[in-house]
Structure formats: structure tokens, C-alpha cells
Design a binder for this molecule. Structure first.
Ligand code: HEM
Length: 279
């Protein structure tokens, strides 16, 4: 079993890992040779890095003009990740694995690091969230979740009104207003769901158990229905949190990528101006 898993992981990732290692070693060797010959090695790694960043940004352009056949999204995605790792190595060679000096250079290095890390986070979310959502019902369309939430709230409120009419007791109504009214109003507990915590559900279940002994048979039936709606709302919240994260990380990754290219352009312009001034 384990050896089959290793074999299939190797088939999937192995050749690309080897190719990436060879490319990194080639850039490293080239960089060292340039340094030995006293040629400006940073120019080589700098231009290479800029080319790689332009390629990474081209992913955004590729997505916008998907009508033109420029290769499948899956192939672009794979290359995007491998080129990003190559860019990380080239970036390290470029700054000689030292903390850069100068305001622009430090900002540029930080933006590169955050762009890279946001990409890693995004990849993690893209891989893990769909599997997790599949465990909590079929995956929904994000825009339709508010409508489903409204329906659940309406059904829950109707149950509470029925409980007052049918039993002349306000125990369920009080429980609802104290503990569930806010819960049904909209998406709740986003971070707790993203962290995979069961705490909220555990606490709600406990409160349902606590109120049950104070109810007669009719009220207990209504409470059971309210519990079913609460469980449905929990599933909606899990879906909402996951789909929200899958969208939101790109609102961080894309602006960082564009800031990176702007700052890199500025850095190149300053270096070129400085070199021209030195001649
Ligand atoms: C460091 C330089 C990087 C730059 C400049 C960059 C740039 C971009 C751009 C422009 C997009 C297109 C977004 C869109 O239009 O939807 C994108 C998407 C993406 N990037 Fe990066 N990226 C970088 C690093 C990374 C890294 C290191 C990873 C992961 C290890 C990564 C993973 C992704 C993923 C998963 C997507 C979304 C693909 C999709 O949802 O279809 N990126 N990146």
C-alpha cells in the first residue's frame, strides 16, 4: 500500500522535481562561473528572475483570454508552481542569500516573499478545501448560499412561532432568541470552520441537550426539527467559509504579483540608470 503510494507520487512529481533540481543547479553553476570570471553575475540572475516573474504574471493574462487556445489550465497551473520554485532559487542567488540593503530592495524582497507565501497558502487551500467541502454535502455555488440561509432562517422562525401557538409555552422561543437568532442571520464562525474546529457545533449540541429536559413531548419534537435546521445551517457555514477562502486568497496573491512587477521594474530602471551614470 505504502510502496504503491510512493510509486504513484513519484510518477506524478518525480520527473518535475528532477528537472527543477537540474535547472537550479545549472543557474547556480552559471552564477558561480560568472562570479569567478568577475562578470556582473547579478545581472544574469536579475534578468532571469524578471523573465520568470513575467511568466508567472502571464497566468493572470492567460485566464482572462481563455478563448485563445494557449494550453490547458492544468498545464499552466503545474508550470506556474514549478517556475515559482525556480524563481525562489534564482531570487536567492540574486540577493546572495543575504538580507538586502536599501528601502526599495527590502520592500521588493518582502513583496516577493509574501507573493510566494500567498501562492503556497493558495495552493494548500485549493488542494484541501474541495475535499473537506465534499465531506459536508455537495459543494454549493457561493452566490446561492445567502438564499439558502434565508430559507433556513424563515423555517426556523416558523417553527418557533408554531411552538408558541401549539404549546402556549415560550421555552423554545426564548432558547431561539438567546442562542440561535443571531446564528441563523447570516454566515457564522468562518475562522473556526477554516481551522477545521468542531467547537461551535459541540457547544450548540450541548445547549440543545440542556434545554430538552424542560420540554414536553410536543416541544421536544419541535426542538428536534430546530436541531435539524441548525445542522443544515452548520453545513452551509462550512461551505461558505471554504468557498470564501478559495476566492479571497486570490485578492491577496494577484495585487501582490502586480506590485512585485512594478517594484521590480523600478529596481531595474534604477540599476540601469546607476550603471549608465557610472560609465
Ligand atoms: C512568487 C511569484 C508568483 C507570482 C508573481 C504569481 C502570480 C500569479 C498570478 C498572476 C496568478 C493568476 C491569478 C488569476 O488570475 O486567477 C496566480 C495564480 C496562482 N498561483 Fe501564483 N504566483 C507566484 C507564486 C506562486 C507560488 C509559489 C504558488 C504555489 C506554490 C502559486 C500558486 C498559485 C495558484 C494555486 C494560483 C491559482 C490558480 C487557479 O486558481 O487557477 N503561485 N499566481
Amino acid at each position: 500500500m505504502v510502496s504503491a503510494l510512493i510509486r504513484s507520487s513519484w510518477r506524478q512529481w518525480g520527473p518535475a522535481c528532477v528537472a527543477l533540481s537540474i535547472m537550479v543547479a545549472a543557474v547556480w553553476y552559471w552564477d558561480i562561473s560568472m562570479q569567478k570570471s568577475l562578470a556582473p553575475a547579478s545581472n544574469l540572475t536579475g534578468w532571469l528572475l524578471l523573465t520568470l516573474i513575467v511568466y508567472l504574471l502571464a497566468f493572470n493574462v492567460r485566464k482572462k483570454i481563455s478563448v485563445i487556445p494557449l494550453g490547458s489550465a492544468k498545464t499552466w497551473m503545474r508550470w506556474h508552481i514549478w517556475i515559482a520554485f525556480l524563481a525562489l532559487a534564482v531570487f536567492g542567488f540574486h540577493i546572495r542569500w543575504q538580507v538586502p540593503r536599501g528601502g526599495l530592495e527590502v520592500t521588493l524582497a518582502l513583496i516577493f516573499a509574501f507573493t510566494f507565501l500567498s501562492g503556497v497558502l493558495g495552493l494548500f487551500l485549493t488542494v484541501t478545501i474541495p475535499t473537506r467541502l465534499a465531506r459536508h454535502n455537495e459543494t454549493l455555488i457561493f452566490e446561492r448560499i445567502p438564499q439558502f440561509t434565508n430559507n433556513l432562517r424563515r423555517d426556523a422562525q416558523q417553527l418557533v412561532l408554531d411552538s408558541i401557538d401549539g404549546t402556549h409555552s415560550t421555552t423554545i422561543a426564548e432558547f431561539f432568541h438567546r442562542r440561535l437568532a443571531h446564528y441563523f442571520e447570516g454566515p457564522r464562525n468562518r475562522w473556526s470552520h477554516l481551522l477545521g474546529s468542531y467547537r461551535v457545533q459541540f457547544m450548540l449540541n450541548r445547549e440543545f441537550r440542556h434545554v430538552k429536559p424542560f420540554l414536553d413531548d410536543t416541544e421536544q419534537t419541535i426542538l428536534a426539527k430546530l436541531k435539524t435546521l441548525t445542522d443544515e445551517k452548520h453545513k452551509l457555514d462550512v461551505q461558505h467559509a471554504g468557498l470564501w477562502a478559495l476566492r479571497t486568497w486570490l485578492f491577496i496573491h494577484i495585487p501582490l504579483s502586480y506590485s512585485l512587477i512594478v517594484l521590480a521594474g523600478l529596481h531595474v530602471a534604477l540599476v540601469l540608470a546607476f550603471n549608465a551614470g557610472g560609465l
